[in-house]
Design a protein around this ligand. Structure first.
Ligand code: PXG
Length: 282
């Protein structure tokens, strides 16, 4: 349906309590990138919060393809949302008989190209990522206040992005991106247990790096490791691969995007343009 007609109830628990989950996908040149991986993560998020998605995975995949097809554009963003559904005023999900499924396909606002050439400045923020025993960051839930608070902090500090630590002070991720560090040619990224969303772009880069002969280590690290890193970059479906050149006023490496970061920016772009679930063939 057209944007203007797409509405949800004010009694939807997705709105009332952030009770729901979502995904963010990209369509490149008529192909949905990592569609199955995103749908798998959607169903895992749902399972974790005991939310029954009212359709099998294959139907969800088909619904994504159909929504992109009807939208007609070849380079778009997909936001898929499943909420607990419409219920009464009270958190009890038993008042919600059926989950609401929403698939939005819209134009994507890309980051300016110069950020990929120059890199971005970031700060570490005071807002900590919840630990895995509080609310698992692996669930891509509609509760994004933690990330929103972090984003506000970063913006107030005049930085483009924020790095979030966990309660022990270990680096977790950006406000909506995963983080990678390069030191002496080895690539590091924090492991799942520090409390991160296990990004699909992160997985893609880890696989790509291993296949290109790099050593990739999932290890915990601190702000100090960031300050003394040779290269830092963020990954995410929206941002793709984006270089970080300054953190908390410390210049990272040479202060320009490093060779390994630039390699992944390039290779990732090649991959997104050559693979994916084909919606439009011509
Ligand atoms: N961490 C968090 C907290 C996220 O929300 C990522 C990491 C990266 O995950 P993927 O699977 O995308 O590699 C995310 C996802 C946007 C935008 O418009 C943000 C995300 C995804 C799509 C668009 O800022 N964040």
């Amino acid at each position: 349906m057209p944007k203007e007609e797409a509405k949800i109830s004010v009694y939807d628990h997705g709105l009332l309590y952030g009770d729901g989950i979502f995904e963010g996908l990209r369509v490149y040149n008529g192909r949905i990138f990592k569609l199955e991986e995103h749908v798998d993560r959607l169903y895992e998020s749902a399972k974790s919060i005991m939310l029954t998605i009212p359709m099998p995975k294959q139907e969800m995949i088909a619904a994504h393809v159909e929504t992109v097809r009807q939208n007609g554009l070849r380079d778009v963003y997909i936001r898929s949302i499943v909420t607990r559904g419409v219920g009464s005023l009270g958190i009890d999900p038993r008042s919600c008989p059926k989950a609401s499924v929403i698939i939005i396909v819209d134009k994507i606002s890309l980051y300016p190209a110069e950020l990929y050439e120059k890199g971005i400045d970031v700060v570490t923020v005071a807002t900590r990522r919840p630990s895995v025993d509080v609310l698992s960051p692996r669930v891509k839930s509609l509760n994004y206040l933690n990330n929103v608070m972090a984003k506000i902090e970063a913006a107030r500090a005049g930085a483009f992005g924020g790095i979030m630590l966990n309660s022990e002070g270990y680096v977790t991720e950006g406000t909506a991106d995963n983080i990678f560090l390069v030191k002496k040619g080895i690539i590091y990224t924090p492991p799942g247990h520090v409390g991160i969303l296990q990004g699909i772009t992160r997985d893609t880069i880890m696989t790509m790096a291993t296949e290109s002969g790099y050593i990739v280590k999932e290890e915990v690290f601190t702000r100090h490791d960031i300050y003394v890193a040779d290269e830092i970059f963020f990954t995410g479906s929206g941002a793709e691969v984006i270089p970080v050149i300054n953190c908390d006023g410390r210049v990272i490496g040479t202060g320009a995007p490093g060779p390994i970061t630039r390699y992944f920016i390039e290779e990732y772009r090649k991959l997104v343009n050559s693979t994916g679930y084909t919606v439009f063939t011509s």
